[in-house]
Design a protein around this ligand. Structure first.
Ligand SMILES: Nc1ncnc2c1ncn2[C@@H]1O[C@H](COP(=O)(O)OP(=O)(O)OP(=O)(O)O)[C@@H](O)[C@H]1O
Ligand SMILES: [Mg+2]
Length: 352
């Protein structure tokens, strides 16, 4: 399947997102700086996220992509204040959301923010919805909690939300229980819950992976439409490069708890600057992603308790040189607005 990446993702009606803007703009809605999340066990300390920095600006959709276990969900859970403690902890870094450091907030302060200014949708809607409450009650609950409105008003707004996510006959569906809805409908309800309090940031962790392909496309289309209408910024976590191409403005590629590369969608697909990204793209410079899935790369992700020295990707990297085995490469700008953590970047003389 091919994607037309010449045309950038549709923007919201207002000029909320400026693709030509300064990438280092400090007015980001969310700025994660040098985040480290550790999990402690009898075997030792596992650095699931090890110095991740990323920025999401107002109205922007940032894609986060990378193989299983690279720390995508842990990054998202840290932003949500949902790292289980113990065994986990935010060991270092800042999570600046609208200027406030969420890494320093108390559990009750974070509860005020979650579901209100930041919402999250997960992969499997059935496990996130409560089977014993109607979908209407579950949407209304968040509205009542955060917006201090009465039951009747919250119910009215819940119907509005079901309409917004295009559930047919919302006045009737509002009294359904989750099991009465199809998988796609349940994910629409999750989106309705997430958007009910008009969050500034929506974190979507593999929101379509559990759905069949037709429904996936519908949900993505819905998310893009809602994004464009509401101006909500989105952190879109996915394995699926097709989803990135469809929805994201910029992409962060993670490898083994770190950022390997960060670029606009077009730059990442047209001019990848990290060998790991080349691997994900199947080394095909044009955006032609087989079955929309990541290509398989030789080797496996490193054992978390014995990380390779130097660049963590070096044992799998066809371009590795001595320096890569010794010294960890910092994330640096190798093209305007395009960062790579690779000693050999820019890559054009090594590849193609
Ligand atoms: N509660 C936990 N306790 C211990 N280790 C954890 C915990 N949660 C996550 N991890 C570990 O942190 C690492 C990163 O996990 P994470 O869930 O962020 O990966 P991911 O990139 O989201 O992968 P996937 O694509 O499979 O969802 C994994 O090795 C995982 O086992
Ligand atoms: Mg995950």
């Amino acid at each position: 399947m091919t994607f037309d990446i010449a045309s950038p993702p549709r923007q919201g009606g207002e000029a909320r997102y400026d693709p030509a803007g300064d990438m280092t703009d400090s007015t980001g809605l969310l700025e994660v700086r040098d985040l480290a999340v550790h999990f402690h066990s009898a075997e030792g300390t596992f650095k699931a996220v090890d110095g991740v920095s990323l920025t999401i600006r107002k109205g922007e959709t940032l894609g986060i992509v990378g193989e299983s276990g690279c720390g995508k969900s842990v990054t998202a859970l840290a932003v949500m204040g949902l790292i289980p403690r113990p065994p986990g902890e935010i060991a270092a870094g800042q999570i600046l959301f609208e200027g406030e450091d969420l890494a320093r907030k108390s559990a009750s302060e974070l509860r005020q923010i979650r579901g209100n200014r930041i919402s999250m949708i997960f992969q499997e809607p059935m496990t996130s919805l409560n089977p014993v409450h109607t979908v209407g009650d579950q949407i209304a609950e968040g509205i009542m909690l955060h917006q201090k409105v009465g039951k009747a008003e919250a119910r009215m707004r819940a119907v509005e939300m079901l309409k917004l996510v295009r559930i047919p006959a919302p006045e009737r569906r509002i009294d359904d229980y989750p099991h009465q809805l199809s998988g796609g409908m349940r994910q629409r309800v999750m989106i309705a819950i997430a958007l009910a309090c008009q969050p500034r940031l929506l974190i979507a962790d593999e929101p379509t992976t559990a759905l069949d392909v037709t429904i996936q496309a519908q949900i993505l289309e819905l998310m893009r439409d809602l994004r464009d209408r509401t101006g909500t910024a989105i952190m879109m976590i996915t394995h699926d490069l097709g989803v990135i191409a469809e929805l994201a403005h910029r992409v962060v590629v993670m490898y083994s708890g770190r950022v390997a590369e960060e670029a606009s969608v077009a730059d990442l697909f047209n001019d990848p600057q990290h060998p790991y990204t080349l691997g994900l793209l199947g080394s095909i410079p044009k955006l032609h992603v087989e079955e929309e899935r990541l290509a398989t790369i030789e080797g496996t992700v490193p054992n978390p308790y014995s990380m390779p020295t130097g660049c963590r990707f070096n044992p799998r990297c066809p371009f590795a040189i001595e320096r890569c085995r010794v010294e960890a490469p910092p994330l640096r700008e190798v093209r305007p607005g395009h960062r790579s953590a690779c000693w050999r970047a820019p890559l054009e003389e090594h590849v193609l």
